[in-house]
Every structure is written in structure tokens, then in C-alpha cells.
Design a protein around this ligand. Structure first.
Ligand code: HEM
Length: 217
């Protein structure tokens, strides 16, 4: 497994796999097979894939550690960028088919409808993450600051779930399922942060020199 994940072609294969959802959508457009409500169908599919890619991106670090596959980190940036790509598609469907590029109407919706407000917040938060995803930006910001900024992907995930929960009228099972997965991922991150912190404190205590007789007197 480690060998496959480290291979040069693994990224290429994953890239092609990530294009399958959009490829299938394009295929359905060509075939004119978009159900009775094409705009809603496209909005829902792209929304689903945005949330799926956000959750997949969030699960890379836990999986890497639990499965002891450090190579998985190679794919995180690409997966995050695909989350942004599907987010852009989702936003485009809405602004095009629902709002007909009427920007004042769009802002009115962002202000008026809470589920749009929260979805929009989640989307906007992805922008700085996509912009700063390059090696140059990691260098410019410094590893620590870059990591802190990129934790915003959790907020996008939570915003996406609330957005989904608020827009479904009756059957909330799907958004709740996503919520449980993200809660587990967050709990895991918090747990490993606490363990690392304890180790750090224990290490610092062990390194502290024993007080001399004069000091302890
Ligand atoms: C610019 C920001 C966004 C806007 C304007 C927006 C708008 C919409 C609209 C209009 C719908 C369909 C509602 C309906 O037909 O009742 C929808 C569905 C959805 N959106 Fe968004 N959204 C945004 C951002 C996001 C983000 C960031 C995520 C995920 C992280 C997301 C995930 C979803 C999901 C999962 C659905 C439901 C799909 C389904 O029912 O299968 N959206 N969104």
C-alpha cells in the first residue's frame, strides 16, 4: 500500500477519480437526463460533492495517523482544491439558474435566508484556503500560521452541514450523518492535541534540572 501511495502516478489516478462526479454530470447534461427540475438537480449534486470533498479532506490527517500511512498527506491539497472546485460549481449553478446573475438579488438572499448565509460563509472561507494552497504561500506564511489558517476547513464543513440541515424540509438523516462524521473527526483532533500537549508538558518537566540543596532550603 505504501508503495502505491508513494508512486508518481497515484496523484494522477486520484485526479482522474475526483473528476468522475463532474464528468457524470456533464454526461447527463449532454444526454439531456437532468430530471424534471434540471437546475435543482445540478445544485443538489454539486452541493453533495462539495460537502463530500470537504469531509474527505478533513479525514486525511486522522486516517494517515490511524492507518500509519504518512503518504496520504500527498493527496490532501488536491482533495481540498477539489472541494473548492465543486464549491465553485455549486455557487455557479445557484447564481446562474436561481439568480440569473442578478447580483443585488443574490446579496438580498445572502442577507435574508439563513441557510444561504451560512452556505455562503462556508464557501467564502474556502477562498483564502485555495489561494494559499501553494508552496510559495506556505513559505510566506510559515508552517504554523498556514496550518492555523487551514483549520478553517473545519468551519466550512460545519457551515456546509448546517446549510444542508436548514434546507432539508423533513428528512434530516443525511445532514445528521455528515454531522456525526465531522464531530468524530473534530473529537479525534482534539484528543490528539490534548495527548501531544500532555507529552510536551511531561517532557518539559522531565528536562527541568533538580533544585540544588541551597535552592530547596
Ligand atoms: C455560495 C454559497 C452557497 C450557496 C448560495 C448555496 C446554495 C444552495 C442551494 C440553493 C441549494 C439547493 C436548495 C434547495 O433546492 O432546496 C443547496 C444545496 C446544498 N448545498 Fe449549498 N450553497 C452554498 C454553499 C455550500 C457549501 C460551502 C456546501 C458544502 C460545504 C454546500 C452544500 C450543499 C448541500 C450538501 C446541499 C444539498 C444537496 C442535496 O440535497 O442533495 N453548499 N445549496
Amino acid at each position: 500500500m505504501q508503495k502505491i501511495l508513494s508512486s508518481t502516478w497515484a496523484k494522477g489516478v486520484l485526479f482522474c477519480v475526483c473528476l468522475v462526479p463532474i464528468g457524470l454530470l456533464v454526461w447527463r447534461v449532454i444526454q439531456n437526463d437532468l430530471t424534471a427540475n434540471p437546475s435543482q438537480f445540478l445544485e443538489h449534486r454539486t452541493g453533495d460533492w462539495t460537502l463530500r470533498f470537504v469531509v474527505i479532506t478533513l479525514s486525511i490527517t486522522p486516517l494517515r495517523k490511524i492507518l500509519r500511512l504518512p503518504q496520504l498527506i500527498r493527496f490532501r491539497r488536491m482533495l481540498g482544491l477539489f472541494a473548492f472546485f465543486y464549491g465553485c460549481m455549486h455557487f455557479t449553478c445557484w447564481i446562474w439558474f436561481d439568480k440569473f446573475f442578478n447580483w443585488p438579488d443574490m446579496w438580498a438572499d445572502v442577507h435574508k435566508r439563513p441557510y444561504i448565509t451560512i452556505g455562503f460563509t462556508g464557501f467564502v472561507l474556502m477562498l483564502p484556503l485555495a489561494i494559499t494552497s501553494t508552496a510559495g504561500w506556505i513559505r510566506r506564511l510559515g508552517g504554523k500560521r498556514w496550518q492555523t489558517l487551514h483549520r478553517a476547513i473545519y468551519i466550512t464543513g460545519i457551515a456546509g452541514i448546517i446549510h444542508y440541515y436548514w434546507l432539508v424540509k423533513s428528512d434530516v438523516r443525511k445532514p445528521v450523518e455528515y454531522g456525526v462524521v465531522v464531530a468524530i473527526l473534530l473529537a479525534w483532533r482534539l484528543g490528539s492535541w490534548i495527548v501531544a500537549r500532555r507529552k510536551q508538558v511531561a517532557g518539559a518537566t522531565a528536562r527541568r534540572p533538580e533544585p540544588t540543596t541551597a535552592e530547596s532550603a
